[in-house]
Every structure is written in structure tokens, then in C-alpha cells.
Design a binder for this molecule. Structure first.
Ligand SMILES: Cc1cc2nc3c(=O)[nH]c(=O)nc-3n(C[C@H](O)[C@H](O)[C@H](O)COP(=O)(O)OP(=O)(O)OC[C@H]3O[C@@H](n4cnc5c(N)ncnc54)[C@H](O)[C@@H]3O)c2cc1C
Length: 194
């Protein structure tokens, strides 16, 4: 990856500088721009605007509610809300073309566990369900019925989330957030922070 030649930002100083403009940097820039309006100047510095080697581009982009920490479950529930409403949220920033549809595929998420892991897996399912997730624990028999191609011989079972879990287009999300941030006054420059 060639580092681009130095290009000075338009201001001498900014209220907020974000290093890295992939999905997290651009999401942060978007949310800050919406919260602060013209009250704060924001700069995003991105060393490779092709995003070729970014995790965002390499990601499988799966989303699940299956976590053992309640905060992560809540964050993921917020994520689903954002993914589902993304096109509508982005529409004001796409006046000449359709806003990106993240193509969310709600095809579920399965975590297999060994016989030793069953108790802990069931506890996680209970926790997730208490927070509103739709996860269920499947014993090996029902697991085989649901996934006939799966060898369940050495499995204790699996936790299965059929709703609000699946995968989506992470580059569409990055492009949407980036465009919306720029349209809201955030400046992006191609450069590496050292
Ligand atoms: C193979 C793989 C599969 C994954 N699968 C999933 C999944 O299924 N579900 C899921 O939720 N997550 C998954 N992830 C994780 C997810 O992709 C990342 O958590 C997410 O993309 C992180 O976004 P980011 O913007 O923080 O980082 P990145 O996308 O890596 O972006 C960082 C950006 O910062 C720039 N940068 C870095 N240093 C500098 C610097 N000094 N100056 C200027 N710019 C700089 C980089 O060029 C890059 O564009 C996966 C990750 C990988 C690699």
C-alpha cells in the first residue's frame, strides 16, 4: 500500500480528529456530525481510501445476538435496528440515486458446543433470551433435524438464533456512513497519521 503524498487539511485545528475512516471511523464521524451539527469541526484521516486491507472490507459481516455479556447483546440489538433502517436513514444523503440497501439476510447463526460446553451454552441462551433475543438451545437430535448435513455425533448441542441474526453488506454500510458524514460537514483526507 503506497502512502499518498501529504495533503494539508483545510483547517489548522479541528475539534475532533478521527484516525481511520472505515466503518467505525465513518460511523463515529456520522453520529458526531448528527449530534453536534456545525458546532464542531471534524476531520477523518484515512491512509487507504480503497479500504482494500481494512477489516471492514475483509469481514464476513455476520451479526448475532449471541454474546455472554449483556452490553454486547444490547449493542447488537441496536445494530440490527440500524441495519434494517439504514436505507431510510441514508435517503436524505442520496438525492440522485437510491441509498444503499444493506441486503440483510436473516438466515440465523449457529454456535455448536461440545458435551462439556452444554451447561455454559444453555446459561448464555437464558441470558440472551432475558434480554429479548430469540436464541434457543437445540439438543443433538433437534439439531440434526434442523441441519441434516451436520455431523452431531460429538456435539452436545448448539445455540441457534433464527431471528435478528445473519449477514449484511458491510461496505454498503461504510459507504453510507462516509457519504452522510461528508454531506454533514465532516472533512476526509487521504493520509497516514504517524
Ligand atoms: C476476516 C474477518 C472476518 C470478520 N467477520 C466479522 C463478522 O462476521 N461480524 C462482525 O461483526 N465482525 C467481523 N469482523 C470484524 C469487523 O470486520 C471489524 O470489527 C470492523 O470492520 C472494524 O472496523 P474498523 O473501522 O474499526 O477497522 P478497519 O475496517 O480495519 O478500518 C481501520 C481503518 O483505519 C485506517 N488506518 C489505520 N491506521 C491508520 C493511520 N495511522 N492513519 C490513517 N489511517 C489509518 C485503515 O487504513 C483502515 O481503513 C471480521 C474481521 C475480519 C478481518
Amino acid at each position: 500500500m503506497a502512502i499518498p503524498p501529504y495533503k494539508a487539511p483545510s483547517r489548522y485545528a479541528y475539534d475532533i480528529v478521527i484516525v481511520g475512516g472505515a466503518v467505525i471511523g465513518s460511523s463515529t464521524a456520522y453520529w458526531l456530525s448528527q449530534a453536534l451539527g456545525s458546532g464542531a469541526s471534524i476531520l477523518v484521516v484515512e491512509r487507504d481510501s480503497s479500504y482494500e486491507f481494512s477489516s471492514t472490507a475483509l469481514s464476513t459481516s455476520a451479526i448475532r445476538q449471541q454474546y455472554s455479556n449483556p452490553i454486547n447483546v444490547k449493542i447488537s440489538q441496536f445494530g440490527i435496528e440500524i441495519i434494517r433502517g439504514f436505507q431510510e436513514r441514508m435517503a436524505p444523503f442520496y438525492t440522485n440515486e437510491p441509498a444503499p440497501d444493506l441486503g440483510f439476510k436473516e438466515h440465523g447463526y449457529l454456535y455448536c458446543c461440545s458435551p462439556e460446553g452444554v451447561e455454559a451454552a444453555k446459561e448464555r441462551v437464558e441470558l440472551q433470551r432475558s434480554l429479548g433475543a430469540h436464541t434457543v438451545f437445540l439438543e443433538p437430535g433437534p439439531l440434526k433435524e434442523r441441519f441434516p448435513w451436520l455431523n452431531v455425533d460429538d456435539l452436545g448441542g448448539g445455540s441457534w438464533g433464527a431471528r435478528e441474526e445473519g449477514w449484511f453488506d458491510s461496505m454498503g454500510m461504510l459507504n453510507g456512513f462516509r457519504r452522510a458524514a461528508r454531506a454533514s460537514g465532516v472533512e476526509y483526507i487521504d493520509n497516514a497519521v504517524t
